[in-house]
Design a protein around this ligand. Sequence first.
Ligand code: F6P
Length: 496
Amino acid sequence: MTTPSAGETYDFVVVANRLPVDSVTQPDGSTGWRMSPGGLVAALEPLMKASDGAWIGWPGAPDVEVEPFEHEGIRMVPIALNEQEIEFYYEGFSNDTLWPLYHDVIAQPTYHREWWETYVDVNRRFADAAARVSDHGATVWVHDYQLQLVPGMLRESRPDLTIGFFNHIPFPAYGIFSQLPWRQQIISGLLGADVIGFQRVADAGNFTRAVRRLFGYETKGSRVWVPVGDSSDATTGDRSHVRGAPVRRVIARAFPISIDATSYVELAKDPSVQARAKQIREELGNPKTIMLGVDRLDYTKGIGHRLKAFGELLAEDKVSVEDVTLVQVASPSRERVASYMQLRDEIELTVGRINGDYGSIGHTAISYLHQGYPREEMVALYLAADVMLVTALRDGMNLVAKEYVATRADLGGVLILSEFAGASDDLRQALLINPHDIEGVKDAIMQAIGMPESEKRRRMRALRKRVLENDVVKWSRVFLEELAGATTAHPVSHEH
Ligand code: F6P
């Protein structure tokens, strides 16, 4: 491991809430770092390794004050957060205000002024770190809803930089977004970027509408014209300041994220992973159909809706526990946030009831696993699963759907996919469902269970084509090409 020298600066800087590593304690008591699994990490790891870049982020635990270091070819710049910052910035404003608001208020967002103030302070710390480690004219790519103020802060302190922002979660319709007491500051912060990326075309449209409603700036398609030096104090609907003034052009459009598809294809070929898939089937009693759900334990994922559908099918004798079993992996997430604690209680109560009502000594209806697993085990589960259930009520993309498809090189398996997940824009050959329509979910499950092999293969072939052609390497290339082509430091005059 090498230590980057103090004062070192980089051409390409990623800024994300988390570093792509977890701290681990070795058997001898010493501590080290291990690459952590996750959507964003999988998305950026190949790119970071190939470029002379640095990654700024929080190490994921309180008060970790460590110097920048290098791990597996990536230079890490840790940002320390104390207990109160974790509570107010991460658990509070990011995950109890913005997360529910941006996911269509499935849970009630909480608005606290102290949380907002800490969000501003922590965003400032990330922006200052990015300003410190970026070369003159460097490209900085800021990620996600936790850091929406960073682009605006950076543009002020470092107008020489090219700044990209990608929002991994949905961007809500204006009628919902407008609830936010700090809605103008958020839009203004985002408009500091040259390119603002969203998962879906609809998200980008919601954003440009918010820009028009709150600031009155001109937008056309994916282009937004932002008056130079006037991005932070414009008032609602007043466009007089726009006319004739110098403007910067900002691009706001969809760049649907994907996965490192090849790594799933490779793992699916691995004999030990295939053996594990077989073993999973056997351990489950070789049922005719294994259904699988894989989610963070989050209220946006619609886990309760899929349990309800399965429970009703069992109650109506449409399926039996001898023939059909559901494996539900629900990885622990944001466990100190009240809405997540409540969700866990609800889900575990429901699982217990269904298992109690319909299970037998030899057959459990639902194997519920409140744990995270390494990628090898996930791929084995995907290979073992005949039906993959993605029933999100709202989801930026849902990479699990793409991971399942990439894994099934054997063209087996059926994907049931919520139309409220971004992945459904692309994966049209899945069985698309509205998770609120429980009868519709039940019908899709029955259709998947009874689907002829030829139809399964036809659908999976088409799905795989989409995922393999549009992998995460292409996603980052397309985003960075757009960013390289965007007008950066220099004001442009009104273009039309
Ligand atoms: O998709 C949004 C996101 O915040 C990702 O950035 C992250 O990998 C995932 O959800 C898990 O969230 P957290 O970092 O809060 O555990």
